[in-house]
Design a protein around this ligand. Structure first.
Ligand code: ZN
Length: 457
């Protein structure tokens, strides 16, 4: 669910890189900004190899742009899972090729009490992993960057690499790049990718988790119908696998590792290129028909209002997404409001039509009245949309990413008041509205959250 196609047209936030587990977590949570990460090369030391399939896997094992990033998130991510995690279950079984709707392969668990790996064999003797620690692999696949991570069993990320997405080369090349990156990142903890217990893939485009295939992507026409689940499960036999779109995966990550921890019912929304999000209900992702549940961004607030990318008018997304925030500000400035701010932009050499939401947030943080007022107006719309969702879902917590985390209390406080004022009495004031907890790391943990899901009973 969620508007995920935006990820294919925007650069992913990058990460700094270090080696050997020193914490390098970024504090800036603005994932709508474009960044360039530092890189350091580290050769793979993997013991295992990914099995070839009919796909012409690329065999190169190195990339000049790859990097290894070892990090600890203990300082920024709270660690306390309630019984909710234990009660979680994978999505209902689908009719597609024996996989579950979440993309997990249906394989029996190894019978050894010391081994959590799933294998096609139920024989302990056939499982070579019973004395090995459990590792989880993750892929965060975007239109411009792919990140591969390896985590320990509880989900602490141990290493990360990033490479550009070879988008122009088509799906075969991209899938080959994915598997090559898994080999490299698994090597950072001295395992092969086939030794991992599970792989989670957060896919930055429309994905059908029931059929296990990618839906049409407007600017990547070759991807429509690609059976990503089958390709990856063929490449990693015995490794539990879960794939979902990045909005659902991010919701799962915030619920499992971020600001939604401990909640049974959570709504996650991110105010990026679009307003994407996901719903966790009773400790599970709520997907809805066609995996399209939770499209809060396309609930209509203003009849015959601003045009939305979905083709309708007056949607929340047309007022509170990153581009919509900038557009509304430009309209105000063109109408003569915010003269001082307009002058400052001109002095800085920024054309009005090039104004970005990042600049508005920065100006608001610097105390520029026009920018602060504009964020308050945006909080009005966003709070309105959230209030409607709260009245329907009654979540314990609403977690907001991107603009909300970048702007802080000047945005969150008026938004919270709006939710209380407009949501159903008795629910709005009981629902917490919190900024996302994972910041720029959400993509990494989105993939790992899916990997954890793939192992759920
Ligand atoms: Zn819409």
């Amino acid at each position: 669910m969620g508007r995920v196609s935006s990820r294919w047209s925007t650069a992913s936030a990058s990460t700094n890189t270090t080696v050997c587990g020193s914490a390098t977590a970024k504090t800036d949570a603005s994932s709508y900004s474009t960044r360039t990460g530092t890189t350091s090369k580290s050769g793979p030391t993997s013991r295992g190899r990914i099995r070839s399939t009919s796909i012409p896997w690329r065999t190169s094992s190195t990339s000049p742009s790859s990097s290894i990033a070892s990090r600890s998130r203990r300082s920024m991510v709270r660690r306390s899972r309630s019984g909710a995690a234990a009660r979680r279950a994978t999505s209902p079984a689908s009719s597609w090729d024996g996989r579950t709707a979440s993309g997990s392969t249906a394989r029996a668990a190894c019978t050894s009490a010391r081994c959590t790996r799933r294998t096609k064999s139920s024989s302990t003797a056939a499982c070579s992993r019973m004395d090995q620690p459990r590792y989880l692999l993750g892929l965060d696949v975007g239109g411009t960057k792919i990140a591969a991570v390896v985590a320990d069993g509880p989900g602490d990320i141990l290493a990360k690499i990033r490479r550009p997405t070879p988008a122009a080369l088509g799906p075969d090349a991209i899938v080959a790049e994915m598997t090559d990156m898994l080999t490299e990142v698994a090597g950072a903890v001295e395992i092969g990718p086939l030794d991992a217990a599970a792989l989670g893939v957060s896919f930055g485009g429309p994905y059908d988790p029931v059929r296990g295939v990618v839906r049409d992507i407007p600017n990547l026409p070759d991807w429509g119908g690609v059976p990503l689940l089958r390709l990856l499960s063929d490449a990693l036999p015995g490794v539990a696998l879960a794939i979902d779109n990045d909005a659902n995966a991010a919701a799962l990550a915030e619920w499992r590792f971020g600001a939604g921890q401990g909640a049974e019912h959570m709504l996650y929304l991110t105010m990026g290129t679009g307003i994407g999000g996901g719903i966790v209900s009773d400790g599970r992702l709520y997907r809805g028909l066609r995996n399209a549940g939770g499209e809060v961004g396309h609930t209509v607030l203003v009849p015959d209002g601003a045009e939305c990318g979905c083709g309708h008018r007056g949607c929340l997304e047309a007022y509170a997404s990153g581009p919509a925030i900038a557009r509304r500000a430009i309209e105000k400035l063109e109408a003569g409001e915010g003269v001082e701010f307009a002058d400052a932009l001109r002095d800085a050499g920024i054309a009005l039509l090039e104004l970005k939401t990042e600049s508005i947030v920065e100006a608001a943080r610097d105390g520029v009245t026009f920018a602060m007022d504009h964020l308050a107006d945006t909080a009005f719309y966003m709070g309105w949309g959230i209030a409607n969702a709260v009245s329907i879902l009654a979540p314990e917590v609403v977690v907001l990413g991107t603009v909300a985390t970048a702007a802080g209390d000047m945005f969150m406080e008026p938004l919270r008041r709006r939710v209380v004022d407009m949501a159903m009495p008795g629910v709005g004031d009981a629902t917490r509205v919190e900024p996302a907890g994972l910041g720029d790391l959400v993509g990494d943990y989105a993939a790992i959250a899916l990997a954890v899901d793939a192992l759920a009973p």
